[in-house]
Design a protein around this ligand. Structure first.
Ligand SMILES: [Zn+2]
Ligand SMILES: [Zn+2]
Length: 133
């Protein structure tokens, strides 16, 4: 008897579980593969990517492509996702979340889609490092 579906569901669950354990991080497919390998789960990059595409289609996972980066980032779709903006540091290239409320609104009436917006700048850590020089 073929157990293909059950097997695939298990892999999907493992991937989702991993992403759920790091709710505010953004990982690439190869990083996910490495993390799964650490748990003795061996899934090929292509397969992981296929599972992720499905999870993204189901809205469980969010997929991001950041300018200047060739690989897509994936993250667990957190419930408060719409109250965060993505911020990428131009020095260390970390992608992180900043609360939407910290972004000034001038009351222009425009509503920005946080899921499609990436802000660029220098993160706190890098700013500190620069200051220490
Ligand atoms: Zn930085
Ligand atoms: Zn994110």
């Amino acid at each position: 008897m073929k157990q293909r579906n059950a097997y695939q569901t298990k892999q999907t669950a493992e991937i989702l579980q991993y992403l759920e354990s790091i709710p505010n991080k953004h990982v690439t497919v190869s990083e996910i593969c490495t993390a799964l390998k650490d748990k003795d789960i061996s899934i090929g990059t292509t397969t992981v990517y296929r599972h992720l595409e499905k999870l993204a289609a189901d809205g469980l996972v969010t997929r991001y492509v950041v300018n200047g980066s060739s690989s897509a980032y994936f993250e667990y779709t957190h419930p408060s996702v719409n109250s965060y903006y993505h911020f990428q540091c131009e020095k260390c290239h970390r992608l992180m979340h900043i609360p939407a409320s910290s972004v000034n609104s001038d009351g222009s009436g425009f509503s920005i889609d946080p899921m499609k917006t990436v802000l660029y700048g220098i993160c706190d850590d890098c700013a500190k490092k620069e200051g220490k020089k």
